[in-house]
Design a protein around this ligand. Structure first.
Ligand SMILES: NC(=O)c1ccc[n+]([C@@H]2O[C@H](COP(=O)([O-])OP(=O)(O)OC[C@H]3O[C@@H](n4cnc5c(N)ncnc54)[C@H](OP(=O)(O)O)[C@@H]3O)[C@@H](O)[C@H]2O)c1
Length: 259
């Protein structure tokens, strides 16, 4: 009988953006698979409220790591030498808007938070992955890796950079240490609510009309749930996901048109 091994006992996961949305759901899913969790974000109160939930879900241990990915030096100091065999690169998406109206600063902020943030976390934990002979890095990006999304110019640009970073690393990391991207579609989180309000404000449509327009483009006929992204990630970081490497997997209810 073939057993699908999803067990993360003995592993530690550093989950960034763990105080809300997809990151929070991912921390809980990895805890339920038996991983110890280091939950990183800026809001201490949110992280501390999450810790007992992580322990109740099955994590042998759970700690909060308050860090701002916009502060590279402080983040590097916080994760230097951290023991983690699983790294979830996940952070707040850039605000909406056209690239023609974006400033150099908008692009620099996004590059620092996403690409330099991921590079900093990766370099902090890579030695412990190498020592364990087991490593999994997941980047939470966007379907815009495949199809740029109108009015999300800075976000589209930075997701492409992250996908290229990940593909490059997939060739450099040794056997047993994989990196993959998950691409959320419309997922029911605070991020989506703020984008919804932004589109309503810009177009004059009601927020419910904006939502109806989004859902109409999804063959599955509804928003994604953060737990559905988390379940995909839990598989990819498990022993069962060992031969999947350098890939971008959309979890979007079928919205993308690309094959
Ligand atoms: N939801 C969607 O429909 C959707 C679709 C496509 C792509 N995505 C992308 O997927 C990722 C996660 O989305 P989400 O919907 O879960 O977002 P979210 O609800 O806005 O959560 C973002 C998380 O990132 C943390 N964060 C933000 N800035 C940070 C910083 N400078 N340093 C450290 N942590 C930071 C936030 O915590 P603190 O505020 O406590 O730091 C929070 O935990 C984002 O990149 C988003 O753009 C989402």
């Amino acid at each position: 009988m073939t057993v699908v091994n999803l067990d993360l006992s003995g592993k530690t996961a550093l989950v960034a953006g763990a105080s809300a949305g997809i990151g929070r759901a991912t921390a809980l899913a990895l805890a339920a698979s038996g991983a110890s969790i280091v939950a990183l974000a800026r809001r201490r109160d949110r992280l501390e409220a999450l810790l007992p939930e992580l322990l109740a879900a099955g994590a042998p241990s759970a700690v909060a790591l308050v860090a701002d990915l916009d502060d590279t030096a402080a983040t590097a100091a916080a994760v230097c030498g951290l023991n983690a065999q699983i790294l979830i690169n996940n952070t707040g998406g850039p605000p909406g808007g056209k690239l023609t109206e974006a400033s150099a600063q908008d692009l620099a902020v996004a590059f620092r938070r996403h690409v330099i943030g991921a590079q900093t976390l990766m370099q902090g934990v890579l030695p412990s992955m190498q020592a364990a002979g087991y490593g999994r890095i997941i980047n939470v990006l966007s379907t815009s890796v495949r199809e740029p999304i109108p009015n999300l110019g800075v976000s589209n640009t930075i997701r492409g950079a992250m996908a290229s970073w990940a593909k490059s690393l997939s060739k450099e990391l040794g056997p047993g240490i994989t990196i993959n991207n998950v691409l959320p579609g419309f997922t029911d989180t605070e991020r989506l609510s703020s984008l919804q309000a932004g589109v309503a404000n810009r177009t004059g449509l009601s927020e419910s009309a904006v939502m109806a327009g989004w859902v109409a483009r999804v063959p599955e006929g509804r928003l994604g749930r953060p737990e559905e992204l988390a379940a995909t990630i839990a598989f990819l970081v498990s022993p069962a996901g060992a031969y999947i490497r350098g890939q971008s997997l959309a979890v979007d209810g079928g919205r993308l048109n690309t094959i």
